[in-house]
Design a protein around this ligand. Structure first.
Ligand SMILES: O=C(CCC1CCCC1)NO
Ligand SMILES: [Zn+2]
Length: 369
């Protein structure tokens, strides 16, 4: 069993500028400049820990390339691609579409490298060159819709890779699991009427985008039943997420019988993350990953490919990413989570209000044909 790994320094050069974390700096309005919340640090530190821990030496490095226009146009409108390029060509950069999502100077090429890196990894998995893999890419993608960037996302990397797998690699049925703490609205919308792609999003209820990711959003037309949302209450931790995996994600994957499982792999449900209020620890990600690798082994020859999405705690995301990747690669390193003590309060038993949401969403699994 071998695990592919994609990273490139250019991913760290996507410049999201100075802001008050989320909003553009505006001193006259009292909005002080600060580094943008979606900055390179958490990703840089994750890559460095993967290297320093010795894990990188056990992985098969896959070189990224820039996605072509044709590959982007399988998912995005030409106007949207042109918009990102135009914003990227501006001397000071611009925005992807919602005012929250900076496009730095030259970020068009970097965003193409993120999407293309995931394509290269999926290709290596489809060809059997590696069993599974992780693309530590930036900018993220799961909020980007066909015609708009949003939520720090420029292009929907995982959607572009899914369409490539179908068009070029003979992988027809694609399951996309999204455990980023924010709703994978873009990915959901792109495949909303398509039964060949199952999207399952576990996220903090009502966090972002506003009023998005409810259980009632279950697909449309031929795609009815092929979008599943699990809006978990704020404060959901290890027990709640594992219950959702057991009751919804795994049964849905069994019924759908994918040729490939893609994972929108945000780490922002971690207990230290500033962008939400969930309580997962590195051990949670390890446990959830084991459940997905077991499912991939049972269903699709181990074919599981993860794309990095959110995760903003620069000191804790590295340990979550390391735990995830150790489990994906079926190994361990000398590095252990120095903050594991938080599991004492993050290991609360499943709460009734969490179980109620999960049990309601679990009823949708039987709609998968
Ligand atoms: O991590 C993210 C980004 C969420 C933010 C985008 C604007 C406010 C919340 N999405 O998965
Ligand atoms: Zn997120």
């Amino acid at each position: 069993m071998t695990t592919g790994y994609v990273f490139h320094p250019e991913y760290l050069w996507h410049d999201t500028g100075t802001s008050a974390g989320l909003l553009p700096a505006n001193p006259p309005a009292g909005i002080q400049p600060a580094v943008h919340i979606e900055n390179p640090e958490a990703k840089r530190r994750a890559h460095e820990l993967i290297h320093v821990s010795g894990l990188l030496a056990e992985l098969t490095v896959i070189e990224p390339r820039r996605a072509t226009m044709a590959e982007l146009l399988r998912v995005h409108t030409g106007d949207h691609v042109q918009h990102i390029k135009t914003q990227s060509d501006l001397r000071g950069g611009g925005d992807a579409g919602d005012g929250f999502s900076p496009v730095g100077p030259g970020s068009y090429a970097i965003a193409r490298l993120a999407a293309g890196g995931l394509i290269e990894l999926v290709t290596a998995v489809a060809r059997g060159e590696v069993t599974n893999g992780y693309a530590l890419t930036r900018p993220p993608g799961h909020h980007a819709t066909a015609d708009r960037g949003m939520g720090f996302c420029l292009f929907n990397n995982i959607a572009v890779a899914a369409r490539h797998a179908q068009a070029e690699l003979g992988l027809t049925r694609i399951a996309i699991v999204d455990w980023d703490v924010h709703h994978g609205n873009g990915t959901q919308s792109i495949f909303y009427t398509d039964p060949s792609v199952l999207t399952i999003s576990l996220h903090q209820a009502g966090c972002f985008p506003p009023d998005s990711g409810w259980i009632r959003e279950n697909g449309a037309g031929d795609g009815t039943g092929y979008a599943i949302n699990v809006p978990l209450p704020p404060g959901t931790g290890h027990a709640g997420y594992l219950h959702a995996m057991t009751e919804i994600v795994l049964p849905a994957l069994e019924r759908f019988a994918p040729d490939l499982i893609l994972l929108a792999n945000g780490f922002d449900a971690n207990v230290f993350d500033p962008m939400a209020r969930q309580m997962l620890t590195a051990a949670s990600y390890r446990a959830m990953t084991r459940m997905l690798t077991d499912a991939a082994d049972r269903l699709c020859h181990g074919r599981l490919v993860a794309a990095h999405e959110g995760g903003y705690s620069p000191f804790y995301v590295p340990y979550c990413a390391l735990a995830f990747l150790e489990e994906l690669a079926g190994t361990t390193t000398r590095v252990t989570d120095p903050l594991a003590v938080v599991a004492d309060y993050a290991a609360e038993p499943l709460q009734p209000h969490q179980k109620a949401v999960i049990d309601e969403a679990a009823q949708l699994v039987s709609r998968i044909g």
